[in-house]
Design a protein around this ligand. Structure first.
Ligand SMILES: [Zn+2]
Length: 166
């Protein structure tokens, strides 16, 4: 990583993530493709995070491990199906169907917020969708039961602090 990249002074970081969650490749932050990205939430816009691309599988990761509860508890996200939200979700559904998603497909919306995309899917006849968000304001969406059978993936996405769910 370049020494000229801006550093966040206030981000609630707890360490660095240097192993790809998907393929397990360990990286050296000084040698991988990296970019400094500000938070997209106005309240945290002064905080800078460093994204790196896995050289093996090309997935993106945040170098800093952060206290996600701080960022997601009051995350400004759509809570009801307003007309603009429906338009946005129709565009997302269109991209999914072009990729092979059908009403019979199973879908997990991990990090589903208030579950509005799930509600939109059900209205459109896609009933095999489930949602989970450990920071959701809707208690039912914080129920890890929908993750049954996905424990290996979940362990890789949330490597610490969630062992009680496994
Ligand atoms: Zn990888």
């Amino acid at each position: 990583m370049s020494a000229s990249l801006p550093r966040s002074n206030d981000a609630a970081t707890t360490g660095q993530r240097v192993v790809c969650s998907f393929c397990g490749t360990r990286i050296d932050p000084a040698t991988v493709e990296c970019a400094a990205v500000p938070s997209n939430v106005r309240a945290f816009k002064h905080e800078i995070f460093h994204m790196w691309r896995c050289p093996t599988c090309r997935s993106l990761h945040c170098l800093e491990t952060v206290d996600l509860r701080r960022y997601y508890t009051n995350y400004p996200i759509v809570r009801t199906l307003t007309p603009p939200a429906r338009l946005m979700f129709d565009n997302l559904l269109s991209r999914l169907t072009m990729s092979g998603y059908t009403p019979q497909s199973r879908l997990l919306d991990y990090g589903c917020g208030w579950g509005t995309f799930l509600e939109h899917l059900r209205e459109r006849g896609y009933h095999n969708a489930a949602g989970y968000d450990p920071y959701s304001g809707a208690e039912a969406l914080r129920d890890p039961a929908c993750l049954q059978g996905l424990h290996a993936l979940y362990r890789r996405l949330e490597p610490s602090g969630r062992e009680q769910l496994l």
